[in-house]
Write a protein that binds this ligand. Structure first.
Ligand code: RVK
Ligand code: MG
Ligand code: MG
Length: 312
């Protein structure tokens, strides 16, 4: 992004807000459909319309922790972030965390090092999507410096998701957020896929990024789930989320509804798609009827503004 002209401050603010609010809205819209079988977009809209509160889950809760730590440390600090994740979990353990992280937080609380605890749970570490679902604030914070972004996306993964497949999902998601944040206009979807292919190291991601180009045009959203996956593993959800966001570069609503409609790990896929779509289109693109019902909306806005202040 070094050669791009600087963005207008108001536009950048809207993009930071759009990303933080977008990930929370996506998570909350998808949460009632976690594990569902291809819910129709109209059904997703109807459930949201009937809800008094759009409540987010572990995905956005952990993105809050990441933003809090980046703001406090002005960088990615593994010790500090592990403490923030642990404290936030202890305060709100009911947010629907995946199986691994609560066990890791217990080990960290008992004194285990931030970069060792995760290896005690799954052999080689977890390749669940928990590191990618929360990583969007890294994409915002380091949107001007991809070398630092990649290192930070990996370091924040290592706390809970040390497996290279878990780390790479986080890297690809953070890069996509950075690419759509830094460009005005944001690069075309095919160019973004091309850039991601240059950073991908693992075969499963390279192969899915290749499939994604053809899926940009498909009329059958079910093809996305069947070719890219819709599961809890990072490699079965990060490519699908990126694909939904890139297929709808002009509509936050279409990107997020399509992400939920894949079913499976719907809150997480919609959280990641919402982060990308919100960063690309800005907060004005998020439907007001969803935003006004979002739980803790003001806190997501506060974090977005503080993240921006830390990078300009
Ligand atoms: C409940 C074998 C492995 C593995 C490995 C599988 C929330 C396991 C959010 C594990 C997200 C699952 C989700 C999830 C995030 C991972 N060998 N199997 N090396 N690594 N798995 O426990 O934070 O919804 O089946 O790290 O990634 O909304 O249970 O959790 O949907 O992936 O949880 O990995 O979960 P974990 P997470
Ligand atoms: Mg969740
Ligand atoms: Mg989930």
């Amino acid at each position: 992004m070094a050669n791009s002209p600087p963005l207008e401050p108001e536009l950048l603010k809207s993009k930071f807000l759009g990303c933080m609010l977008g990930l929370a809205v996506g998570d909350a819209l998808g949460a009632p459909f976690e594990g569902a079988w291809f819910p129709a977009p109209d059904q997703v809209k109807a459930v949201a319309a009937k809800s008094h509160l759009l409540r987010y889950t572990d995905d956005a809760h952990m993105a809050i922790g990441l933003a809090e730590s980046l703001i406090a440390c002005k960088d990615l600090n593994g010790w500090h972030l592990a403490e923030v994740f642990t404290k936030n979990f202890e305060q709100e353990p009911w947010r629907g965390y995946g199986p691994g992280p609560p066990r890791i937080f217990k080990k960290i609380r008992a004194g285990m090092s931030w970069d060792k605890a995760a290896l005690d749970i799954y052999p080689g570490g977890s390749y669940g999507n928990g590191a990618a679902m929360r990583v969007a604030p890294v994409g915002l914070f380091y949107f001007k410096d991809f070398k630092k972004l990649v290192a930070a996306a990996r370091d924040q993964s290592i706390i809970t998701h040390a497996h290279l497949l878990g780390q790479e999902g986080a890297v690809l998601l953070a890069l996509t957020v950075a690419l759509v944040t830094g460009g005005s206009p944001a690069p075309a979807s095919r160019d973004i896929i091309g850039q991601l292919r240059q950073y991908a190291l693992e075969e499963v991601y390279l192969q899915k990024l290749k499939c994604m180009e053809a899926l940009l045009e498909t009329k059958d959203a079910g093809e996305i789930a069947s070719q890219l996956g819709n599961g809890i593993e990072a490699f079965n959800s990060v490519p699908a989320a990126i694909c939904c966001a890139l297929r709808h570069p002009g509509s936050f609503e279409d990107a997020v509804l399509e992400a939920v409609s894949l079913g499976g790990d719907a809150d997480t896929i919609a959280c990641m798609a919402g982060a990308i779509a919100g960063a690309r289109l800005g907060s004005e693109a998020i439907p007001g009827q969803w935003l006004k019902k979002l739980e803790n909306k003001a806190y997501f806005e506060e974090l977005a503004v503080k993240l921006l202040e830390a990078v300009i």
